[in-house]
Design a binder for this molecule. Structure first.
Ligand SMILES: [Zn+2]
Length: 65
């Protein structure tokens, strides 16, 4: 067992959330822990990605290429 090889997520690293390409709105509440925040909704407004202003999570539309 090599415990140093364990890959914990860096709690300070913003996550990238892939959402279906036809998504118009996403909500984010930061999940549990220090990044949690009130649930907010974001609209893509035609963009490919939107970033949460609270926790810096990036929501990116899945590409259908
Ligand atoms: Zn958030």
């Amino acid at each position: 067992m090599n415990q140093t090889a364990k890959k914990d997520k860096d709690p300070n690293a913003p996550e990238t959330i892939i959402v279906p390409a036809d998504t118009d709105q996403v909500h984010c509440d930061g999940g549990v822990g220090p990044l949690g925040h009130p649930r907010v909704w974001y609209s893509f407004d035609g963009a490919q990605s939107v970033e949460c202003g609270y926790c810096d999570r990036l929501f990116v539309k899945e590409s259908e290429a």
